[in-house]
Design a protein around this ligand. Structure first.
Ligand SMILES: *Cc1c(COP(=O)(O)O)cnc(C)c1O
Length: 388
């Protein structure tokens, strides 16, 4: 076998220049004392965690964030030495692994501290305390809980409190009322911890939406996820975006079969589509197992700069399209991205699926290789299936 990294004709292109640009735009948008934490959980929102983390760091991000410990360890295994915060709850028995790999954990329970202290013995662990100011998900909720945390931390000097943070529930909506209540609640908690001698280096409140809207009121670190990939946190915010976001993700394939049909011939499972006389039908080798789900059956792709509707049901690995005319096998098919003056955006797909843009690149599975572009050149390929 030669050492081609993959053998299929379907791939996602990840424009790392766009990611660098977006991080730089955030750095310009916030005051100079505010640093950027690049959120690369869920394999960099489906863009590839390692390459996007490296791009963000090149552009000046100071910290990385992931959802689970495994994601943090995977970045360390790839040689990334930047600080990494795990945003989710990590089982306290794994505190030692986190300590060994210099991974920062999110903490908000006294029982957790007690249990982690046992496995840590005399090792140290860097932690960020999480405050629940209205998201109702994770975090310390009351001053009473905060007091117990402070007492517990006094017992165990191995925990280094490096950060204090919270998460907004409604930052992507235009109404500010609830954010204001969360800001106030956070302020009160921060004041309490400060009185108790806990003055962490980092305070952080803003996700992409919060950081775009309140750049000077969200602490000294911003947690940028969706917008680093060039996507708007919500459609409302798209209309009020103060700087340009450059989408990084596009999805491509090629026609692998083309044929001219007689009238009334069936296409795909269930024979739900029947051809018109003389119609040209093409086959595209991507299907629901790749994340191009069956609900997309009424959408279209771009071929030769024109829209070609999907016809019949989407299969596990392929679907069929109606072509404007005879078309070459191997003709490029764009599922997300530009062809000529036509464009299909991630937002278009999200709207069609009645969901948010966040879900779309996450949905494109590991069987689709990611090709990374840097300085407009191909800069490596990641195929989760074939790797290792
Ligand atoms: C995912 C996540 C973020 C990033 O949010 P975006 O809206 O994608 O910017 C920030 N903070 C926490 C706690 C998260 O879980």
């Amino acid at each position: 076998m030669d050492n081609q990294p993959y053998y299929r004709e379907t791939w996602a292109e990840i424009n790392l220049d766009a990611i660098e640009q977006n991080i730089k735009s955030f750095k310009r948008h916030v005051p100079s004392h505010v640093s950027v934490m690049a959120v690369v959980k869920a394999d960099g929102y489906g863009h590839g965690a390692v390459a996007t983390a490296e791009a963000a760091l090149r552009a000046g991000a100071s910290y990385l964030a992931v959802a689970i410990l495994d994601e943090a360890l995977a970045l360390r295994e790839e040689g990334i030495t930047a600080p990494i915060l795990v945003l989710g709850w990590v089982p306290p028995v794994h505190a030692k692994i986190a300590s060994d790999y210099k991974i920062t954990l999110t903490v908000f329970q006294t029982d957790w501290i007690e249990q982690a202290a046992v496995v840590l013995d005399d090792l140290t662990l860097t932690i960020h305390l999480k405050i629940d100011t209205g998201m109702g998900r994770l975090g310390i909720r009351t001053e009473k809980e905060a007091k117990l945390i402070v007492e517990c931390l006094e017992k165990y000097p191995g925990f280094m409190v490096e950060g204090l943070y919270t998460h907004f529930a409604t930052a992507d909506e235009l109404d500010n009322l609830f954010i204001e209540s969360q800001l106030t609640a956070f302020e009160e908690m921060a004041t309490y911890f400060e009185r108790e001698g806990i003055r962490p280096r980092w305070t952080h409140l803003g996700n992409s939406a919060g950081s775009i809207r309140l750049p000077d009121r969200i602490g000294n670190l911003i947690r940028v996820g969706i917008a680093m990939y060039g996507l708007h946190p919500s459609q409302e915010m798209k209309l009020n975006q103060p700087f340009k976001l450059e989408p990084a993700f596009s999805l491509h394939s090629q026609l692998v079969h083309v044929k001219q049909m007689n009238g009334g011939e069936p296409i795909s499972y269930g024979s739900t589509y029947r051809t018109n006389e003389g119609e040209w039908i093409g086959t595209v080798p991507i299907g629901y197992a790749d994340g191009w789900i069956r609900k997309l059956k009424d959408s279209y792709v771009l071929i030769n700069g024109k829209r070609a509707p999907i016809v019949g049901r989407i299969c596990m690995d392929q679907f069929m399209v109606r072509l404007p005319g005879k078309t070459k096998i191997g003709a490029p098919v764009t599922l997300i991205g530009y062809q000529g003056s036509e464009e299909i955006t991630i937002d278009d797909i999200a709207e069609r699926l009645e969901t948010i843009n966040y879900e779309i690149p996450c949905m494109i599975g590991p069987r689709v290789p990611r090709i990374f572009l840097q300085n407009k050149e191909k800069k490596g390929v990641m195929n989760t299936i074939l790797k290792k």
